[in-house]
Design a protein around this ligand. Sequence first.
Ligand code: HEM
Length: 610
Amino acid sequence: MATSLSFHQFSPQTFQARDWRRKFRPAVNLKPNGNSVVSCSASGNGRGGPGDDAVKDVERRLEEKRRAELSARIASGEYTVEKPSFQSQLKNGLSKLGLPKEIVEFIVNVTGGSGNYLKIPEAKGSIGAIRNEPFFVPLYELYLTYGGIFRLTFGPKAFLIVSDPSIAKHILKDNQKSYSKGILAEILEFVMGKGLIPADGEIWRVRRRAIVPALHQKFVAAMFSLFGDATDRLCKKLDAAASDGEDVEMESLFSRLTLDIIGKAVFNYDFDSLSVDTGIVEAVYTVLREAEDRSVAPIPVWEIPIWKDISPKLRKVNAALKLVNDTLDDLIAICKKMVEEEELQFHEEYMNERDPSILHFLLASGDDVSSKQLRDDLMTMLIAGHETSAAVLTWTFYLLSQEPSVMAKLQNEVDSVLGDRFPTVEDMKKLKYAARVINESLRLYPQPPVLIRRSLGDDMLGKYPIKKDEDIFISVWNLHRSPHHWEEADKFNPERWPLDGPNPNETNQNFSYLPFGGGPRKCVGDMFATFETVVAVAMLVRRFDFQLAIGAPPVKMTTGATIHTTEGLKMTVTRRQRAPVIPNLEVSTLNVDSSPNIQEADQIRPASIS
Ligand code: HEM
């Protein structure tokens, strides 16, 4: 079954909340006030003068005022109407008839509950109403109206939308055993099988225990030369574009950068997609696009048996999947041979210097696993670690192009910390502002914008009872932009995270901020991804200035698994004019003994093994 919600094109600038609200029929006493409260960072070429700043300032103040008024009205209970449940009404009715308390309780219990519970606020609508938006955007409007938990009903389908930090914590951490990946596992089955993201229960537990140790500190430190080399290849491409005066489409370049990195890191395969377009690269993209298409398709046509044979698109997808799977099988076989021939003893921070990949670690650890499961896990990590990091880089550069003062501060830090060196693991402690830029980019554009779960049994979410098999969307977008938790929630403001404070994560932000999820299913690649993106940003802004290209299409959002742009991120890249520094382009070599403890308080919290 696929989700019937559509995640299509959306323009933050043109989104008409009022029109959209009209199409939605509230199930409770909703009085729309017509205020649009979603405002993503303004599009433009980031070259505005002081006049633009004044306009921006007035807009910001008006927005704040509108938001404050709306918050007050929501707080007054004007919108969020809590209806007593059927059981509660029944109990009242029976009591009024004068029946003994025991009999009342008995009748209420056999009809399904104790009668004291509230009914979850409910919003109803038609799919058509949100077909043209990435669906997390209207969910934000509904959140401001209905509150931190509400049920969204489309015809026969219903989803619980959670935007309350304590309920998110309950589902992801405190009572995580009562929730599965639900729809997500169904959609991703064709490509990830029982890989770590869709897997549940015992398979997930066993695979998580096998995989997390592979991303140890020494491995992550070894990845720095890989991050540096790949980003350097991108720099060379940009250098050529700058010389030729050609604009570049950064979103696709970031996608290639992170594909090259994750291929080497996970199974020691050099896609080299920044340089060449091979069949395997095209196959990977075909499979990825299909996974995204399935996550937004209203009807799961791929489940119709005959469709597989007659649909040219599905035939192409199946051929691509076969090519990727065969390549993975070959890589597993090659790696097995290497492991058999090597004399290295396996230990906790085991790493083969020639091939430090996660696959090599897993095979050397004697991981007792079928080839199919291993392939599923590799494919899962390829997808999980590719699109997410690419999206983070895309939106970070978009945001930087909108805030020249942030860019200037970032470039100052990078110049003074790095000069012309490649970044090393030691530099991560000093590139504090760069890390805050990534933290803030992940707040405004969380990848993915919603986390999906399904209840495995009855449970209480806050004060509301829920039943087994409820499909739940935890809206990270709403949590990260909530006016209740953030000042100037829509503003790109890395300064909101003090440089001398801890690295923000779900624990120290009480689940108001969860860029890498939380609880036992937290991202296993959090540290890897943070360092990868900091290195890429640092190396790029050190060499170039980036501005939205004149005449480029406005940057709008659309989404599949992560948030993409609708028409790319077209930028003009110019070499920075700086005082000459003595170049030292040596790639940092791994020096594990002297590497700092990258798990210290101000650094990145490692993924937990549960
Ligand atoms: C900036 C980049 C990344 C972001 C924003 C990100 C985000 C996330 C989030 C939010 C989750 C939790 C999903 C859920 O609870 O439903 C997750 C899980 C996961 N991520 Fe990442 N991720 C990133 C990079 C990576 C990388 C580089 C890898 C691999 C090396 C990776 C591997 C995984 C895996 C395997 C899981 C599933 C863990 C489990 O269910 O036990 N991610 N990621």
